[in-house]
Design a protein around this ligand. Structure first.
Ligand SMILES: Cc1cc2nc3c(=O)[nH]c(=O)nc-3n(C[C@H](O)[C@H](O)[C@H](O)COP(=O)(O)O)c2cc1C
Length: 172
């Protein structure tokens, strides 16, 4: 898939819609070269510190968590209609148990601006460098959100990634 550099907010409404359904594919690669991919459904894109920022929320139980902590970079890859199966598999299997790239025959290439890999076939990609992260503070959470999303454990870590590059295909 040929992708060209675009502004961070290119087709933002479309990306946010796909974030909600079916979800986006977040990949991260350790300095050792090992990579993993998972699905994210909760995130925001906006401006912080006068920079374009992608905030991704990852639970400590995810294998991907240690990849982002190690590399301080991640990519977010927007799937197209033909990649729904990837979302199904990557959102319900852990890289601890399966090499998802090999299993799904997903071709990957390091990003232009970060070492984390991008998924070659995805029509839109965000390349992000972590500028800050913090863990949710349970005591500060709204009670309904705590009950519906946590039940006392596995509180997300929020990664604030500067969008160093955004790349889209002609058709996206
Ligand atoms: C639609 C959808 C959205 C998801 N959103 C998130 C998310 O925002 N954060 C998160 O930590 N897990 C999320 N998950 C769960 C992970 O993608 C899933 O647990 C995955 O298997 C983790 O893979 P890993 O252990 O290889 O990192 C989502 C799953 C689906 C199906």
């Amino acid at each position: 898939m040929i992708r060209n550099s675009v502004p961070y907010d290119h087709q933002l409404t479309k990306t946010l819609s796909l974030l909600q359904n079916p979800g986006l594919l977040l990949a991260s690669s350790k300095p050792s070269g090992q990579s993993n991919v998972m699905v994210i459904g909760w995130a925001t894109i906006g401006i912080i510190w006068s920079k374009p920022i992608f905030v991704a929320m990852v639970r400590p139980s995810r294998y991907t968590y240690e990849f982002i902590d190690d590399s301080k970079t991640f990519t977010v890859n927007v799937p197209d209609e033909t990649q729904r199966k990837w979302v199904g598999v990557c959102g319900s299997n852990s890289g601890r148990d399966m090499d998802k790239f090999a299993e799904l025959k997903i071709a990957i290439t390091p990003g232009h601006t970060v070492n984390s890999v991008t998924l070659d076939a995805c029509p839109m990609v965000y390349e992000c460098k972590v500028l800050h992260y913090n863990d949710l503070i349970p005591a500060n959470l709204d009670g309904e959100v705590e009950a519906s999303s946590y039940g006392g454990s596995d509180y997300h870590r929020l990664y604030f990634g500067e969008i160093l590059g955004a790349f889209a295909s002609e058709s996206y």
